[in-house]
Design a protein around this ligand. Sequence first.
Ligand SMILES: Cc1ncc(C[n+]2csc(CCOP(=O)(O)OP(=O)(O)O)c2C)c(N)n1
Ligand SMILES: [Mg+2]
Length: 558
Amino acid sequence: LVIQAVVDIVEILVKQGVKHAVLCPGSRSAAITLAFARNPAVACISIVDERSAGFVALGIALKTHSPVAIVCTSGSAVYNLAPAVAEAYFQEIPLIILSGDRPLEWIHQNDGQTIYQNGIFGKHVKESFQILADTTHPDQLWYSHRIGNEAYWLSVKKPIGPVHLNIHIREPFYPSKNETYLPSNYIRIIQKTSAINLLCTDEKASLVNELKKHQKILIAIGQSKKSNKPNNHSKIFNSKNGIIVLADSISNTENSTKYHDHYLNPKNVDFCPDLLITIGESFISKSFKKYLLVNKPKAHWHFNEGSVIKDTFQTITKVIDTEVASTLELIIENCTSQNEYSDIWQRAEQDIAIKMSNFFKANLVKADLCFYYLLLQNLPLNCNIHLANSMAIRYANILGFRPIASQEVFANRGTSGIDGCLSTAVGVAMANSDTLNVVFIGDLAFQYDKNALWNKNLPSNLRIVIMNNSGGGIFRLIDGPRSQPELEEFFETQQKTTAKNTVIDSGIDYYSVESINNFESLLQGFFAEKGKSKCLEIFTDPIENQVIFEKFKADLSC
Ligand SMILES: Cc1ncc(C[n+]2csc(CCOP(=O)(O)OP(=O)(O)O)c2C)c(N)n1
Ligand SMILES: [Mg+2]
């Protein structure tokens, strides 16, 4: 078989643990596609638009916590995977990209659909392997087998991330009539031991020793996946020693602060910890960042398995490169009582909770903020929630939305793009057919990624809520763009597009809403489990949104 190396690599990936492959059509990659399609142990999904395909694969990997393969052909097809690859790199999601390429000597020879593909993703993949699907010498097959194993292991090794296999394939691309597509019977599945990275006794003693020097301790959790250990520990935090846990909507953490966005005023030093301990990836809360830029903790320990120092607050004094759960347990057990410090936080939390409830009693008007308030209060108990970038994720955070144990929150905060939010949610929904998948998304982010719905296997468990405020509402709400005369034309980019035809075209039920009266009763039906996927498009006015948002901030400010 001419393309034996390709069939073997696919078999190795599948044997190692790849269960899903997203296949984008093309001839140069035909052998890779057929190797997956004819492998009964892998679920194959066909998606034409590579940009969307990349994000669907990312969504599947997010939900399954295991590497997803993506296959694409040569040329610009590969570049279209770049946004999802970059997101996977920074959000630490395992993807294995297999791109078909021309033989090396044919690149830049006016031979169609050819670009420079080796290393195309730059620093946004953990490794880029070049494979010649040529097996005239047995060492070439040995190399392909080795790289197949290595690619898999690399994608799941912490920090987890995407890996690229660029495969140079010569014609003929398709098997002849009687050719079978079987892996060599001597392929090797190379196993790898997995160990947990634990602290040695000396390091533990030194942590405990240092811990004793600090009176006020704050644990802050950035974006985290559901299965991450901190979630299991969040209950301990509150019961033991009164430790305060600060977390955002995307931290998937229970028993944390909810309203710090409103009360963390840099002028109030009371909240400043002596020791800050951070876990997870990025934080949404601007207030938290601004607060720490002014009020620096004496020490800042950051849990991070990997060599890059992610010094978000410019305060890190120690990187704890170890498994989180057991070290956290050690920290919690050895903390002095935090009751006085935690009282300050708890009073502030209660104060905002009351102010917020009063605000909505008096101001439930037709505006993004109020619709989000009701949407978040009426979410199904069991669901996945995708918060699209721009105001959907910000509103969730400032409204103090925190998922309960049976809910899981997803967001593309690796690069914060608006280009693949819906596709990512579709991927999560495909990987989790028993659960409802609710997506909160702005009109621009929806239109940008509407090819997410161009998928003939669209799942029936999607509930898409589009907040249509005729453009990028965020630019009207943040300092800077809102005061420029070019706001409407070049930042907000006002437009009258609606999602109706796109949604109907894709076979999803479409509902639109123009009033907040009876909105909650409408949501009961919308979130009902039965039936097919549904989309709700809510129309609001940008100026009204701005007015109510400013009033909300003023009423809640501390
Ligand atoms: C790929 C990409 N391009 C541009 C941006 C910059 N950007 C951030 S938010 C936004 C507007 C989003 O508008 P919409 O989805 O309608 O949400 P809204 O702000 O109205 O809530 C833009 C263009 C981005 N984040 N990602
Ligand atoms: Mg908008």
